[in-house]
Design a protein around this ligand. Structure first.
Ligand SMILES: O=C(O)C[C@H](O)C(=O)O
Ligand code: SF4
Length: 512
């Protein structure tokens, strides 16, 4: 095969492997989280779903999470290698992997909202080149989803932090910022997560440095002694916050912290934090510049946890309620925070574009939503040989983005349940109480697990918003989620946020 063709094939393998097979070091961290959780808790149940999902993604060679992120490549080339050719080969591989449903079409025109359908668009995929003295090419790829990207945070020191007070321009101020960054993410970035931290630089190079840290191995040790200490400290203390998997409470909140440092301007002192969900998809390959062939896969050290022989959690402590739409107000009002629901029958997807559309004056819903369930989800879809839509990956998206509209939309159309992840705020909680509704938290990232619960796609509306944003009519069986906000004014999210803030505040005293 010619060099270019082989190169494209190698890059396609990198993309597919990154999207569908979690690296060994990440698997080990998730295994450790599982071991830390107490049996029978919601967190333990969620981790069960997560590890089942990891197995399914590997077996199906399908996306671990439906949000396959903003593909970001870092390419190192020997002097003389044609970088323009590599860029073109990356674009070809990305478009092909998108066509094969290994990636969700995620490239959206920021002005018109139009999805290119290929993951190729202005500035995307992100590709950064660097030359080096080695005689081979290395290509690193990270697929970091939008939900965890939204939880990134940048601090400009000195600053005042909720719970921790003043953070100054020194190592202890940095410590406070990083602890705060983990707390503010709560479960919304699909905890338990990993963070990359960049100290110094300007606003953009600081974030670049933070993201660069996400390519480090989970179990490596920082060569700078102070930072090695700080990394260890942050993981230890974060795991006392009680945020837990999905923000359900629990022992495992942060699975890894990697900190890098660069010089700064005299007038600026930034601490930039890149938050990555448990679906920590990054991989790298070495390529022979003569043939385009892969010569080495990175992240291969140590044991591979397959999660195939895990003992499933005993679910018997939780009340399990069967839900079939249309749901009555009485039934919804009987649900309480902590109940586990198993949904069968119809649900409709609806995320940002649909909510924005439905809130419009005089706008009618394309279907009768009275008593129905809306699922905040942007699936990966494909067509089978007969031309019918099939769901390839379908986990929940972060619900808080719909906070401005959700309550009004539920009332306007008679919707009884909304499902997503990360919880919603006071406006929705109030509407759930007034109207009779619940918020259901599905397990973020468990895209294969949920795709398997979807038995058929019965229709689609508003396809003009693109595949992730359209309203898909789904028929499901045994679709499991947890009631985390009920019609009685209870919100597990509000409770966890408050109790974890108390835990955070225990670390206001100087440590470093
Ligand atoms: O876009 C999505 O499907 C999910 C997103 O990554 C999120 O975490 O909200
Ligand atoms: S849904 Fe969760 S697991 Fe998936 S990309 Fe978003 S934050 Fe990550």
């Amino acid at each position: 095969m010619a060099y270019l063709e082989t190169l494209e094939k190698s890059l396609y393998s990198l993309v597919t492997e990154t999207s569908t097979n979690l690296p060994k070091d990440v698997r080990r961290a998730i295994k450790a989280a599982k071991e830390a959780e107490n049996a029978g808790t919601r967190a333990a149940m969620s981790l069960d779903t997560i590890t089942t999902n990891i197995v399914m993604a590997e077996d199906n060679v399908s996306p671990i999470c439906q949000d396959t992120g903003l593909p970001t490549f870092k390419v190192y080339t020997p002097v003389g290698v044609n970088q323009i050719e590599i860029k073109k080969a990356i674009q070809t591989a990305i478009a092909a992997a998108t066509g094969d449903a290994k990636l969700r079409p995620n490239s959206v025109d920021s002005l018109t909202g139009k999805n290119s359908g290929t993951n190729i668009g202005a500035g995307l995929p992100v590709i950064k080149f660097e030359q080096w003295e080695n005689d081979y090419i290395t290509v690193k790829l990270i697929l970091k989803g939008g939900g965890c990207e939204n939880k990134n945070i940048q601090y400009s020191l000195p600053t005042e932090l909720e719970g921790l007070g003043r953070a100054g321009r020194d190592l202890d101020g940095i410590r406070k910022c990083i602890l705060h960054s983990v707390w503010q993410a709560q479960g919304q970035g699909c905890s338990a997560g990993f963070i990359g931290v960049g100290i110094g630089g300007d606003r953009s190079s600081g974030y670049d440095l933070a993201k660069e840290q996400l390519f480090r191995h989970v179990d490596d040790v920082n060569p700078i002694e102070d930072l090695a200490k700080l990394e260890k400290y942050i993981v230890e203390k974060s795991n006392t916050f009680g945020v837990g998997t999905m923000g359900f409470g629990g022992e495992a909140t942060l699975l890894g912290c990697k900190i890098g440092v660069m010089d700064r301007l005299p007038a600026s002192f930034f601490v930039s934090v890149a938050y990555n969900c448990w679906a920590y998809r990054r991989m790298a390959i070495d390529i022979d510049p003569a043939t385009g062939e892969i010569t080495n896969w990175h992240y291969q050290d140590g044991e591979k946890i397959t999660f195939r022989d895990e003992v499933k959690q005993d679910n018997s402590d939780n009340k399990v309620v069967e839900l079939v739409a249309p749901i009555t107000e009485e039934k919804i009002r009987s649900l309480k925070v902590g109940d586990v629901v198993k949904i069968s029958g119809r649900m409709y997807t609806g995320r940002d574009a649909i909510h924005h559309h439905l809130i419009g004056e005089g706008v009618e819903a394309p279907v009768d939503l009275d008593g129905q369930i809306i699922y905040h989800c942007g699936p990966v879809m494909a067509k089978d040989e007969a031309g019918n839509w099939v769901v390839k990956a379908a986990g929940p998206t972060t619900s808080i983005r719909e906070e401005p509209y959700q309550g009004d939309i539920m009332k306007k159309f008679g919707i009884r349940a909304v499902m997503g992840k990360g919880g919603m705020g006071p406006k929705t909680l109030k509407a759930l109480n007034e109207h009779g509704g619940v918020y259901l938290n599905a397990i973020g990232g468990a895209a294969q697990y949920y795709a398997d619960c979807i038995k058929s796609v019965d229709g689609v509306d508003l396809m003009e918003f693109g595949i992730p944003e359209a309203m898909w009519h789904l028929s499901v069986e045994g679709f499991t989620a947890v009631v985390t906000m009920d019609s009685h004014g209870n919100s597990l999210h509000a409770d966890v946020e408050k109790s974890s803030l108390d835990k955070l505040a225990l670390h206001a005293e100087r440590v470093f």
